[in-house]
Ligand binder design. Structure first.
Ligand SMILES: [Zn+2]
Length: 254
């Protein structure tokens, strides 16, 4: 009885006290997540009925800050899609990471003229790539480039997943900028970018991902993606939809 009570207290106390990312990006959970408000200067949350707008405080601050920078740069408000569920953990459907409150998807399409909650809930993605010809579509323009550049120039950011053609366009525009190395070519990601923050300082249970390779990644690495017509680059073993979670997450997430 005492043991049970003690264990429950152990689980319960930290959850009241501090925010924490626990485990890996694709096998973890979060404590004391904060909700990103439905809108703010320079951003709107889309598809909020999914309730995936919770993140760790550094990510929520980062997104609000990025919205402000976008507004200062006179860019249209950005559209923030999935972050994480309130307690984190694996989604029932969709992508496999976003489990610790340190990942966020930002759509690249401009906001609708009428950004009503109803419209933002049902908004459709716009592809920045014309997949028939493997070229960027007419939708990928200067505002998209500038938003991605602003998003990457923040030391909290570990990496941003983008379509290889988007990386190519960024390399062309920004040449030797050191943050280009954070833009990681990856499958999908032609209508949105996926921002991933480093583990917050002090979150000892947060599992970091390896540092991105040194350099801009605009040379050989990008070429290997662009030349991969045969699809030889593999995403590696897929993390299961029901990964083994750290013990701190068991019973915390559904
Ligand atoms: Zn994502």
């Amino acid at each position: 009885m005492i043991r049970r009570f003690g264990f429950g207290l152990l689980l319960w106390l930290p959850s009241l006290v501090w925010a924490q990312a626990i485990g890996g990006y694709a096998a973890g959970c979060q404590l004391n997540a904060r909700a990103l408000p439905a809108s703010g200067p320079g951003f709107y949350v889309i598809r909020s009925a999914r309730e995936r707008f919770y993140g760790q405080p550094p990510l929520i601050e980062y997104l609000q800050n990025l919205g402000l920078k976008a507004r200062q740069a006179q860019l249209p408000p950005m559209l923030v899609a999935d972050i994480a569920m309130k307690r984190g953990g694996p989604f029932e459907y969709g992508h496999r990471s976003h489990q610790t409150g340190l990942d966020a998807d930002i759509w690249l399409r401009p906001p609708p003229d009428d950004p009503s909650p109803h419209r933002l809930e049902r908004i459709k993605a716009v592809d920045m790539v014309d997949h028939r010809y493997y070229i960027l579509s007419r939708h990928f323009r200067d505002p998209q480039r500038r938003l991605i550049a602003l998003a990457a120039q923040d030391e909290r950011v570990s990496r941003i997943f983008v379509h290889p053609l988007i990386k190519k366009a960024m390399c062309r525009t920004y040449g030797e900028a050191d943050w280009l190395g954070k833009l990681r070519p990856w499958f999908g990601h032609s209508s949105h970018v996926h921002v991933r923050l480093h583990c917050p300082k002090g979150d000892t249970l947060c599992e970091p991902q390896a540092q991105v390779p040194a350099g801009t990644g605009c040379g050989r690495e990008l070429a290997s993606w662009l030349n991969d017509k045969a699809g030889a680059i593999s995403a590696g073993p897929r993390t299961p939809f029901r990964p083994v979670l750290p013990k701190q997450c068991v019973g915390w997430v559904r």
